[in-house]
Design a protein around this ligand. Structure first.
Ligand SMILES: C[S@@+](CC[C@H](N)C(=O)[O-])C[C@H]1O[C@@H](n2cnc3c(N)ncnc32)[C@H](O)[C@@H]1O
Length: 238
């Protein structure tokens, strides 16, 4: 690494936040094995084999059956948000919940929650059942309130969304402040408990950017702390 790059790295507050996250993970380790032992691995492998046989060209669902890889990623997510160090059980709503690994990790850290995702691929629902998790099957749609059914067990302490696609980031018209604002207001007004937090980790768009400068500024005005370009924490949401 050139010395100019080294100096920039030392001067970047993100480097210190990254070191601090590493320290917290080292002080509160969460080995994958602790979570893996709660998974019926033969049943998960059988599900994987069945869905692999039905895979269309270009699909790669089989990766979701590699439990240790997904557990590791989601344990790290939980640690970054501090879910592993919460002093009481939390209720977590995960939007675009996929195969449910984040909620599974939350569950085995003592928390409860609910997922939300579209009906396809079907195996997401089957993995949810295997993991003993609950979800509502419905799309997140711009300018449409989220389904009431999410509130079956009550409101939430934490709303998360990781690597989501519902914001149409890959299209010519990714969500802007108006669409995000509608979702944030809906979450605040109907789903968040007092003191509740929101954490989003966005995917990059067609231009490899995670958000436009306008959207970044909008999120900041709504109270977001933005970390590593893509990660937004609203604590609290304004
Ligand atoms: C890249 S995957 C991420 C899954 C999961 N959050 C994770 O990080 O492992 C994107 C997820 O968004 C879901 N998704 C796509 N469009 C959606 C929509 N309109 N509403 C809700 N979920 C959607 C997909 O089905 C998929 O589960």
């Amino acid at each position: 690494m050139r010395w100019t790059k080294k100096i920039a790295k030392v001067a970047d507050p993100a480097s210190y936040r990254s070191i601090w996250r590493g320290v917290k993970r080292a002080v509160h380790p969460q080995p994958v094995a602790r979570f893996l032992r709660h998974i019926d691995q033969p049943a998960l492998a059988a599900l994987g084999r069945r869905h692999a046989a039905a895979m269309k060209p270009g699909e790669n669902w089989i990766k979701y059956f590699e439990a240790p890889v997904w557990l590791k990623l989601n344990i790290r997510r939980a640690q970054d948000i501090g879910v592993d160090r919460a002093r009481r059980p939390l209720r977590v709503l995960d939007l675009g919940s996929g195969a449910g690994y984040f909620l599974f990790v939350c569950k085995h850290l003592g928390h409860g929650g609910m997922g939300l995702d579209v009906p396809e691929p079907e195996f997401y629902g089957e993995v949810f059942d295997l993991f003993g998790l609950r979800r509502v099957v419905a799309p997140v749609t711009k300018h449409v309130p989220l389904p009431e059914a999410l509130l079956t067990g009550g409101k939430f302490d934490l709303v998360t969304a990781f690597s989501i696609a519902f914001n149409e980031q890959k299209t010519h018209t990714p969500w802007g402040p108006a669409e995000w604002g509608f979702l944030l207001d809906d979450l605040r007004d109907r789903f968040l408990l007092p003191g509740g937090r929101i954490y989003f980790d966005l995917n990059p768009g067609r231009d490899n950017a995670f958000m436009s400068p306008e959207l970044r500024e909008y999120f900041r005005r709504r109270g977001a702390k933005i970390d590593r370009r893509s990660k937004l924490l609203f604590d609290p949401l304004k």
